[in-house]
Design a protein around this ligand. Structure first.
Ligand SMILES: [Mn+2]
Length: 171
């Protein structure tokens, strides 16, 4: 089993990133940050987490996207401001297909949601500092992948489960 912590749109809230790193350092295999940290690419948190450049990130040293390869599975992470993510998953889907990815982590909308379209799972951990959408909680998520099963569990910045958002998929 592989466990990934995903967090996004922290917008300067370095404290919570440090806290998540400390809390989960021996409990997850990967830390993914979907952009808009407003931190520099040289920040020490990026020794633990991998991030992408969001529309509020000004350091050109941050990359636009990255692909994580786990066994024969590819996971794409991007911020989403170049992919019209507030409109649909269509552009992300195209990029996922180009990369052979079956899972996409993204941010930008600040709305926590996990859904599957055309066999690709799209996961937005929500914003850990400025929540939007129907469930106004500052959130991050934990993703467990075991064989062809993917489960997403959401938590608040106080580490309280937000079960209404949880989802699981066959991938
Ligand atoms: Mn943002």
């Amino acid at each position: 089993m592989v466990r990934i912590l995903a967090v996004s749109d922290s917008h300067g809230r370095k404290d919570i990133l440090n806290e998540l790193a400390e809390r989960y350092v021996n409990k997850v295999d990967y830390f993914v940050h979907c952009g808009d940290s407003e931190l520099e690419s040289s920040d020490l948190i990026w020794e633990i987490m991998t991030t992408v450049r969001g529309n509020c990130d000004y350091d050109p040293g941050l990359k636009d996207s990255f692909v994580l390869t786990i066994g024969d599975r590819k996971i794409l992470t991007l911020h989403g401001h170049h992919h019209a993510v507030k409109t649909s998953n269509e552009k992300m889907k195209q990029e996922a297909k180009q990369n052979g990815a079956s899972v996409v982590f993204y941010g930008h909308s600040h709305v926590p949601v996990a859904e599957q379209e055309d066999g690709i799972v799209f996961i937005n951990p929500g914003s850990i500092s400025q929540p939007r959408g129907p469930i106004r909680e500052k959130t991050y998520c934990i993703v467990d992948i075991e064989n062809n099963r993917l489960a997403v569990s959401y938590y608040t910045d106080q580490h309280k489960a937000v079960a209404a958002l949880n989802q699981s998929f066959f991938i």
